[in-house]
Design a protein around this ligand. Structure first.
Ligand code: CA
Ligand code: CA
Length: 208
């Protein structure tokens, strides 16, 4: 038991070093995320002066600690629509999504999964002349999605990449990332340690 607890203390030290670079506190991450600004409930960065193709836009967003934007609800799309209308930005915008891997099957390039929310413009996606990348555009002041040639130059809408805070212990180990696995392990060990206060003296000052 003493050896086990000594190893746990070493593990905690390693974890504390590791965790310095991976804060789990969402609030800490929203204090200094320049140049992202809050639009609706999420944080975005839209450089109105720069137009790029889809691939350049994807890399551009990542270089700022973000991802090409995606939305999870109509409310999030509306928030972006209202922002673009208020700013009077006359352009098309890149979003995270393409059907490069399988025609007609649009997936997020960030997650590899189908788009969580979509709202296509009329008759789209239509793959005219092999359109494979996802843009959003104002149609009668309504922000809607369209598939278009990936080499067209649009403005990128970047979304702040939020830290993964979904560390439910109910998920299988295979579905958790390294941070969640470490976090759950530490929490489990901490619970054991809490129940074993009576032996804390032993592992803090082990006898030879
Ligand atoms: Ca296509
Ligand atoms: Ca189209």
């Amino acid at each position: 038991m003493v050896n086990f607890l000594q190893r746990f203390l070493v593990f905690l030290n390693i974890y504390s070093i590791f965790a310095d670079g991976y804060s789990f506190n969402n609030d800490e991450h929203t204090e200094n995320i320049h140049p992202f600004i809050k639009i609706g409930s999420k944080y975005y960065f839209i450089n109105e002066l720069l137009k790029m193709n889809w691939f350049e836009s994807y890399n551009y967003c990542r270089s700022y600690g973000g991802e090409l934007a995606s939305v999870e609800s109509h409310e999030e799309l509306l928030a972006l629509q209202n922002y673009i209308l208020a700013r009077k930005i006359e352009s098309r915008f890149w979003f995270d999504g393409n059907d490069l891997a399988e025609e007609g099957k649009f997936v997020s390039h960030t997650t590899g999964r189908p788009l969580i929310f979509n709202k296509w413009s009329q008759n789209n996606p239509n793959n005219v002349n092999n359109e494979d990348c996802l843009e959003v555009n104002l149609y009668n002041k309504e922000l809607l999605m369209n598939d278009i040639n990936c080499n067209v130059e649009n403005i990128a809408i970047c979304k702040y990449r939020e830290p993964n805070t979904h560390c439910s212990g109910k998920n299988s180990l295979m579905n958790q990332n390294e941070v969640c696995i470490l976090r759950n392990l530490v929490e489990s060990f901490a619970q054991v340690g809490h129940r074993c206060k009576s032996c804390s003296q032993a592992f803090m000052f082990p006898t030879s």
